[in-house]
Design a protein around this ligand. Structure first.
Ligand code: KG4
Ligand code: ZN
Length: 367
């Protein structure tokens, strides 16, 4: 049966689409400062990445030590079509054949910067209208979680996922595909945001996460630096986090220390370890409490090598019944392969939208 045979512009007819066991999905991601498009081939529980193109705007925002929404949106407008064009070509799909070869679109609709989101959403709508194919509206956090599903190793539920990015820090319980419960989240700064602010305090540049990690690795661990930061909320029974006090502790320590510039690696190492200790402690507690069969990491901060290795060890030591998963480095930060993968599993549940219903929502929550 032709997938497009029932393609019309009403939600009901969209829901009655044949759910294809094998689907080619074009993912589109523009929630912050990466313009990304990817094509995946989903078959059963397996994902094959046919192309994955990410254009990062980091060089534009670096000089402002953070993302400037207006500049980000303008750049997305300029790059979105060239990025999609490259993703199609890399996947071996000629633009003329795209409407026949692609079964559905998946676009990030939120959360994120509204002006950035709108570029991806409106582009997806235009393609959906012209190609007459349905769209899946993707939550950015759900997409980050599905970066784990780009690796085809079988995942068992329930899963506990620590999702840590520049905008979010969350512990999520996943009982099955599309079934989420937020166990806890940050009460103030996200972990990535804390890293970025620490990078600013230490005059390292933007984004702070990779820089703090790189400088921290240069610290001389044979000597006691005497620098000790708090582990916020580590003893608190909830699964919530708080990182703004840690950032303030770093700020005051540096202000009081006339020699701080000579000790940047030691400051970085202790700051990084304080964040990691809290993240690991809460993740292990949640995974134990909910008898997780899988523990996963996701989001930009999960690129952090120390977090990856220490979490892996902590899961092995504390949760022998659980398996640990983490996305490949390049799928930790924003990309469209994760959006397409999440879109594929959502499409398998028949959760399409007609183009008219696709709306950007900067405050979209995971449910
Ligand atoms: O997921 P992402 O690309 O964008 C958002 O959705 O926010 O995450 C970006 C965040 C930034 O805050 C960046 O500093 C952090 O991820 N990050 C890292 C590392 N690489 C990126 N944080 C710690 N260590 C890293 N290696
Ligand atoms: Zn992200």
């Amino acid at each position: 049966m032709d997938f497009r045979a029932s393609c019309a512009n009403t939600e009901n007819s969209i829901k009655s689409y044949l759910i294809l066991v094998n689907m080619i999905i074009l993912g589109i991601e523009t929630s912050c400062d990466e313009t990304a498009a990817a094509v995946i081939d989903g078959r059963g529980d397996n994902i094959k990445i046919l192309s994955d193109v990410v254009y990062s705007q980091i060089n534009i925002h670096k000089k402002y030590c953070g993302v400037v929404p207006e500049a980000a949106a303008r750049e997305h407008v300029l790059k979105i079509i060239p990025v999609i064009d490259r993703a199609l070509k890399k996947a071996g799909i000629k633009p003329k054949e795209a409407k026949k070869k692609i079964n559905a679109l998946a676009a990030t609709v939120g959360p994120g910067l509204i002006t950035s989101l709108l570029v991806g959403v409106e582009t997806a709508k235009a393609l959906s209208y012209v190609w007459q194919i349905p769209v899946v509206a993707m939550n950015h956090i759900e997409a980050h979680i599905y970066a784990n599903f780009l690796e085809n190793e079988k995942k068992e539920f329930p899963a506990v996922i620590l999702t840590v990015s520049g905008g979010h820090t969350m512990l999520v319980l996943m009982r099955g595909h599309g079934q989420y419960k937020i166990l806890g989240e940050t009460k103030d700064d996200a972990a990535g945001e804390a890293f970025d602010k620490a990078g600013q305090i230490l005059h390292l540049g933007y984004p702070g996460g990779p820089l703090i990690s790189r400088y921290g690795a240069q610290a001389d661990i044979s000597k006691n630096s005497g620098i000790v930061f708090p582990r916020p909320m580590i003893k608190n029974k909830s699964y919530d986090f708080s990182f703004s006090g840690l950032k303030t502790a770093l700020l005051y320590a540096v202000k009081k220390d006339p020699e701080w510039k000579k000790k940047v690696p030691a400051y970085c190492r202790e700051f990084e370890q304080a964040v990691i200790d809290v993240l690991i402690n809460k993740t292990i507690k949640a995974a134990r409490d909910f008898q997780a069969r899988s523990v996963m990491l996701s989001g930009g901060v999960s690129a952090n090598l120390a977090l990856r290795s220490q979490m892996s060890r902590a899961v092995k030591e504390n949760l022998p019944a659980a398996k640990f998963f983490l996305p490949a480095q390049k799928f930790t930060t924003d990309n469209a392969a994760m959006v397409a993968a999440a879109g594929y599993f959502k499409a398998q549940r028949g959760e399409y939208l007609p183009w008219q219903k696709l709306l950007a929502d900067c405050n979209l929550v995971l449910k």
